[in-house]
Design a protein around this ligand. Structure first.
Ligand SMILES: [Zn+2]
Ligand SMILES: [Zn+2]
Length: 376
């Protein structure tokens, strides 16, 4: 190798190292912006280059990786960056202590409007509200006069639509054009909650499967309306409240996690109208029927996946099927269900959910009598 060649190689190596250093710095900056935007990192934590700032950044990356189950242990790897770059909802994943907005509406009959919307947009929006209504005590009605939830297409830097919105007229969140943030929404407030949908996206405004290069408006609206009702993000991919957009978003359905979340806030319409999670089909909304199981199967249960306590009703989720109601079933005392019920009963009494132990016993006795009369 001639001296000239040696200098050229060294210069080339320096250029490559500089390029790598720049790209590392760029991806660090990109990650910091992302982590600050979505609540993983405080704004002040990484303003200075210090050991503390490095630790704070590592902790924030680890938190994001833990939330979305990405391997990495706090190291900014390709998989983590790839996840950060996917199209998503603009609402934070982690809410800090300052986010003290009321978490639910004080009423169950809510009105909505999609500002200056076409017929097809209104139809899709109606179906999005129907999905939540079918799984809760909530009822929705379109009303353009002072609606509780106002939806609108916005882009770039933008303002709130409704003059009742408290605080600044300017929305604090940017809609940056195609990709990135698709929409964002605001939690229930005393007067009005807004949903802002990025008009720069290529929206699929039909109740059909969307082409690959489009974003399904029904899916995005159902998600954002979830926020406007008080729900937060869920890291499970099958949840409608999952922040990122997956390749398959139709039919739109609530997962069990979504179902439990909306039930916890608003309960059921009444005891005779229990439905499982709702799934949209091409032209209609289908309500999945409830799997009631039978007493013998329920008594033989060795594990349940989740327990839902609503007033004086106790339901369990098991083996992927939801809502086998256990309240009216009497099982052997050493069985899982009886132990679970005894535990929940004690818990409920502590929280005054049940009026008294006597009422509970009475209901069980009535249920026993009813079962006995059925079997006779
Ligand atoms: Zn969201
Ligand atoms: Zn906005």
């Amino acid at each position: 190798m001639t001296p000239a060649h040696g200098i050229a190689v060294i210069a080339c190596a320096i250029a490559v190292i500089a390029a790598i250093r720049d790209s590392v710095a760029d991806s660090d900056e990109e990650a910091i912006r992302f982590l600050q935007t979505y609540g993983y990192l405080d704004g002040d934590n990484v303003q200075t280059i210090s050991d503390n700032a490095t630790l704070a950044l590592r902790h924030a990356i680890a938190l994001f990786q833990e939330y979305y189950r990405i391997p990495g242990d706090g190291v900014l790897n390709e998989a983590t960056l790839e996840q950060m770059r996917k199209p998503r909802c603009g609402v934070k994943d982690i809410l800090n202590d300052l986010d003290d907005s009321p978490r639910k509406w004080a009423k169950t009959h809510l009105t909505w409007n999609f500002h200056l919307a076409s017929e097809s947009v209104l139809r899709v929006t109606e179906v999005a509200f129907e999905i939540w209504a079918a799984n809760s005590s909530l009822m929705f009605e379109r009303n353009s006069t002072n609606p509780d939830i106002v939806i609108s297409f916005r882009k770039d830097f933008h303002t709130f639509v409704d003059p009742r919105h408290q605080g600044s007229r300017i929305c604090p969140s940017l809609l940056e054009g195609p990709g990135n943030v698709l929409a964002h929404a605001f939690l229930p407030s005393s007067e009005v909650s807004e949903v802002h949908v990025d008009s720069a996206e290529k929206w699929h405004i039909e109740l059909t499967v969307n082409p690959d290069d489009t974003i399904h408006l029904l899916h995005t609206l159902t998600h954002e309306i979830g926020h406007a009702l008080g729900l937060h993000h869920n890291p499970l991919k099958d949840a409608i409240m999952y922040a990122f957009v997956l390749s398959k978003t139709f039919p739109v359905r609530l997962s069990e996690a979504d179902f439990l979340a909306i039930q916890n806030l608003y309960g059921l319409r009444n005891k005779s109208e229990i439905a499982g999670p709702v799934t949209t089909t091409v032209t209609t909304t289908t309500i999945a029927t409830r799997d009631t199981g039978n007493s013998a199967d329920l008594c033989a249960l060795r594990r349940v996946d989740a327990v839902l306590v609503l007033e004086n009703r106790i339901s369990v989720t098991m083996a992927g099927k939801f809502d086998s109601e256990i309240f009216g079933i009497v099982c052997p005392k050493d069985g899982l269900l009886e132990q679970l019920r005894a535990l929940l009963k004690r818990l409920a009494q502590m929280r005054n959910v049940f009026s008294s132990e006597d009422d509970l016993e009475e209901e069980r006795e009535e249920e026993e009598a009813r079962k006995f009369s059925h079997s006779v």
